[in-house]
Design a protein around this ligand. Structure first.
Ligand SMILES: [Cu+2]
Length: 332
């Protein structure tokens, strides 16, 4: 890679290695060129230290409630075949802050990356009014079972146009939606994706429910991610740990939408969990680490035996050091 294009991701990680929280500053400095990057890393590496991984010191963007809508899904509704569930998704270009001071020119559904959580119960009729308010042709491709003309592949929606997707929600499980316009790699990486939950006819047992969409951002345009995250901003749940209760099951609807990298993962400290791949059967694995390729998703159920602060992160250490890590605060 030439000097004119700045440092490679590899160099960035090597530079950030002594201090996890230095990574965002490395990203910040990319815009300013190689020399400034070295200055930033040196300064912050010396000043921050490992204590910077927790609390106010973490250089994550946003406030404590900014991700509430993406993290906490709407409640499930009882089984009622034929009920209509309506959503409006609007494609919009938007600059979003993916790490403290680092802006990414995203393509979004409704202004956020990931887009809003779409939820239905099996046998609901899902009706999604899609409007393209962006600068490029887009679609919505829903994973699941539906008619060919509802697949979001051939019915390209140009800027200023709209399209209504309508199909019965099935099968139950954790699914996803994303743009399927070409080049697909670009339309996904730019941020057009989200979680799509279909609840089973027999309700799942009560739990504290969370959504985690794993993603990444290439902020210097070299085809490699500079930041990794859950639901958008790097290091967010390190700065704002997720409060859960020891007495209640924690259920996480998780999907991997990371572009460029072949796999992503989720690892939990101090506890094991049940993992239901795709969430569409009763089959589960009991583990503390799962691996996900792009489009792979499932449901995690955790019963914490101990109170306290527990880390969760990608077990690609590199991803964790570039933003994909956080904490559960388990309270009695
Ligand atoms: Cu698109």
């Amino acid at each position: 890679m030439s000097n004119s294009r700045g440092v490679t991701r590899r160099q960035l990680i090597v530079g950030a290695a002594p201090v996890v929280a230095a990574a965002p500053f490395a990203g910040l400095a990319l815009a300013g060129g190689k020399e400034r990057q070295a200055t930033h890393l040196g300064t912050h590496a010396a000043a921050a230290g490992h204590a910077a991984m927790i609390g106010e010191e973490v250089p994550a963007p946003g406030g404590p409630t900014d991700l509430d809508e993406l993290t906490n899904p709407p409640p499930p509704l009882p089984h009622q075949p034929g009920r209509v569930r309506e959503y409006t998704l609007i494609a919009q270009d938007a600059d979003i802050e993916v790490a403290k001071g680092v802006t990414f020119p995203a393509w979004t559904y409704n202004g956020t990356v990931p887009g809003p959580v779409v939820r239905a119960t099996e046998d609901d009729l899902l009706r999604v009014d899609f409007r393209n308010g962006g600068s490029h042709p887009h679609t919505i491709h829903f994973h699941g079972i539906h008619a060919a003309n509802m697949d979001g592949v051939f019915e390209i929606v140009n800027p200023g146009e709209r399209f209504t997707y309508e199909f019965p929600a099935r099968p139950y499980g954790m699914h996803l939606y994303h743009c399927h316009a070409t080049p697909l790699k670009k339309h996904i990486h730019k941020g057009l994706y989200g979680a799509f939950i279909i609840d089973p006819p027999e309700p799942r047992p009560p739990a504290q429910e969370l959504v985690m969409v794993l993603n990444g951002f290439d902020t210097d345009g070299d085809g490699e991610n500079n930041f990794y995250a859950v639901n958008g901003p790097a290091f967010y749940y390190a700065r704002y740990p997720i409060s859960v209760r020891r007495s209640q099951t924690v259920r996480i609807y998780i999907a991997n939408l990371t572009e460029f990298d072949l796999i992503n993962s989720f690892h939990l400290h101090g506890e094991f969990f049940r993992y239901y791949p795709t969430g569409s059967t009763d089959h589960f694995e009991y583990t503390d680490t799962i691996m996900l390729c792009q489009g792979e998703r499932g449901i995690i159920e955790i019963d914490f035996a101990n109170a306290g602060r527990f880390m969760f992160h990608a077990h690609q250490s590199e991803f964790a050091e570039l933003g994909w890590m956080g904490f559960f605060e388990v309270e009695d």
